[in-house]
Design a protein around this ligand. Structure first.
Ligand code: SAH
Ligand code: SF4
Length: 349
């Protein structure tokens, strides 16, 4: 706590930390914390000098002790379907991307949790680009708040489906989720926050044990260890038995349904028989499946190129899911023309 009070990173602070900082360091009444949070999370005012209900002296001290640092926008790209992609630079120069999906009824922000990703899934551009470091809670929240500021209205949903594996950076990710959710901070409902994981069993258990207000999506992509291990190196560390056990624990403990993500790659994992194998593996979990036709990524490495299956193959896979009474939908790609779709983020300048 002392370390934090000496050098607080404003956007990484929890509501409780704001309260102690305001009383212990600024020697101000506790309601100042609510005022400051309203400026940042409601009004998207990040410059302390513009926080007009704080005294001039207080603003000066705030700016000196704990300035609000938001990611710097390096580039914005706009897709013909309306999807926007942002490239940000953090204080130390490291860069990540976020995506803003603007549908008629609601908007969704897709944020990054790490600069790059250490897990190297073969179908993912982020995985190929390597890993630099974990993002802080403030750097994650910053992506979201600056996108809201740019949009000029509130975003309805946030998904941790940008760069990185959220459950390998669980402390900062959980902290950012709580700040997004806290009624005195951003106040976004837990049903509107989704974490996607490639399958870190302990992280999945922690989500349930610590009652993190978010939904859970698991990237399965294959129903047996032989195939999954080829696509996702993490499967060697945490095989399917451990992953499914953690999912069952999560379901039992939280009562929440798990969503499965299944990237469909032609000739690799799109055989309808794999849908039956998946049903057996996940028996009793009552999952919802998001079928994601593979999005091409640049920089083929000479290995056999991966392709999106034809519409008839996608239909055949979905027909098997229907036959198995597994609820599902096909998630249509957004922003492929600007490399903003699932798996395409690589933070190229
Ligand atoms: N690391 C987390 C979250 C980020 S990836 C995870 O893997 O779940 C978000 C989703 O995009 C995951 O389901 C991932 O498998 C998927 N994805 C990765 N590469 C893709 C590609 N080339 N085409 C379609 N989806 C892809
Ligand atoms: Fe990392 Fe997810 Fe990409 Fe795999 S799919 S490399 S876990 S970001």
């Amino acid at each position: 706590m002392n370390e934090l009070l000496d050098n607080p990173d404003a956007l990484s602070m929890s509501y409780e930390e704001w309260r102690s900082w305001v009383t212990d360091v600024l020697k101000e009444p506790r309601f100042r914390a609510d005022q400051i949070c309203r400026w940042i999370y409601d009004k998207k005012v990040f410059d302390c000098h513009s926080m007009t209900n704080l005294s001039k002296e207080l603003r000066d001290r705030f700016a000196y002790e704990s300035p609000v640092r938001v990611p710097i926008q390096i580039k914005e790209s706009k897709s013909k379907d309306g999807t926007r992609k942002f490239l940000w630079q953090m204080e130390d120069g490291c860069r990540v991307e976020s995506v803003l999906l603007d549908h008629a009824a609601h908007t969704t922000a897709c944020v990054s949790s790490q600069a790059g990703c250490p897990l190297g899934c073969v179908f993912c551009a982020t995985g190929r680009a390597g890993y630099s470091r974990d993002l802080t809670a403030g750097e994650i929240i910053g992506q979201f708040l600056v996108m809201e500021q740019r949009l000029g209205r509130n975003i309805n949903n946030v998904v941790f489906m940008g760069m990185g594996e959220p459950l390998l950076n669980a402390v900062s990710v959980f902290k950012s989720v709580r700040a997004l959710n806290h009624p005195k901070m951003r106040g976004l409902g837990g049903r509107h926050i989704t974490l996607s994981t490639s399958g870190v069993p302990q992280g999945i258990r922690d989500l349930a044990d610590f009652e993190v207000p978010a939904r859970l999506s698991v990237s399965l992509h294959a129903p047996n260890d032989a195939l999954r291990g080829k696509l996702m190196p993490i499967n060697k560390r945490y095989p399917l038995s451990a992953l499914v056990e953690a999912m069952r624990y999560y379901k039992k403990r939280s009562g929440e349904r798990v969503t499965i993500e299944y990237v469909l790659i032609e000739g690799v994992n799109d055989d309808p028989s794999l849908a039956f194998e998946m049903a057996a593996l996940l028996d009793g979990l009552g999952v919802y499946v998001n079928v994601i036709p593979y999005n091409p990524i640049a920089d083929g490495d000479g290995a056999k190129p991966m392709r999106r299956p034809s519409e008839s193959r996608i239909k055949a896979f979905c027909a098997a899911l229907t036959e198995l009474s597994i609820e599902h939908e096909v998630r249509r790609e957004k922003g492929t023309d600007i490399m903003a779709a699932c798996g395409q983020l690589a933070a190229r300048a």
